[in-house]
Ligand binder design. Structure first.
Ligand SMILES: [Zn+2]
Length: 252
């Protein structure tokens, strides 16, 4: 059975539910972290309707997550943003300002402010998350070497405000759960050594009730598809990107 399908996703959610985790938005976790907590983070890089499907599935099970939207047409779908917020999820800004402005800090913070206030004209926003832009040499997190996101009413950014020695981190980068090697920027330092490759491995460990208590999952819903044609299209694109990324950025 192929992995990273919506069907498999539902099984993962059910396994988490069976283990009686609390599902917290990133904002909620920062303010009042629960002992047994799951943060479902979604980076809406493209195909926002896929994220809407995830948001609807979660809502039907009484679960909440956090959705980060980019300020580009392939992510920023006003209707989808409003609908996901209405379902009770948190909306955040997936910023890439130093990529957009080719490393110009002043233009970058201007771009940040402008996009943030446009998003806030739609929904409340209190957390942000960097978009990796793997093919860019600029790291948008560098904005915060000069500026403070707290000055813009932002309470947290997952790459700065989480202790990954305490909170277990999993990301679906490259349609596998141990694809951090091919990720240029979506990587964290951690003491956890357990790695997972497939979603069913995670489900197995959940069924054995030995999964960590506090976990952040990062999903890119455009990678999850029940339609074989769509699934293959994303698969081909991902492999092209990985070859490019390896060539330019990954130390051997
Ligand atoms: Zn992203």
């Amino acid at each position: 059975m192929i992995d990273f399908t919506v069907r498999r996703y539902k099984k993962l959610l059910q396994a988490l539910l069976n283990n009686e985790y609390q599902f917290q938005t990133f904002q909620e976790f920062i303010i009042t972290p629960q002992k047994k907590s799951i943060i479902l983070r979604h980076d809406v890089d493209l195909l926002p309707k896929n994220s809407l499907v995830f948001a609807q599935i979660q809502a039907s099970k009484g679960i909440k997550g956090t959705y980060y939207f980019r300020a580009v047409p392939e992510s920023w779908d006003k209707e989808v943003i409003l609908e996901i917020a209405t379902l009770g999820h948190e909306i955040g800004y997936h910023y890439e300002c130093l990529t957009t402005t080719k490393g110009d800090l002043e233009l970058g913070i201007y771009d940040f402010q402008k996009n943030l206030s446009e998003l806030r004209a739609l929904v409340p926003v209190s957390t942000i998350c960097m978009h990796g832009s793997p093919l860019s040499k600029y790291d948008s997190k560098d904005l915060w070497k000069t500026y403070k996101y707290q000055d813009y009413g932002i309470i947290a950014e997952p790459y700065f405000d989480i202790n990954y020695d305490k909170i277990y981190y999993l990301t679906d980068t490259g349609r596998r759960w141990d694809g951090h090697k091919t990720s240029v920027r979506d990587r964290v330092n951690t003491v956890f050594t357990r790695k997972f490759h497939s979603t069913s491995e995670i489900i197995e460990v959940l069924n054995a009730a030995v999964f960590p208590n506090q976990v952040m999952f990062t999903f890119h819903p455009q990678r999850w598809n029940d339609n074989v044609l769509q699934w293959s299209k994303e698969f081909v694109m991902q492999n092209v990107k990985n070859v490019v990324k390896k060539h330019f950025f990954v130390k051997h």
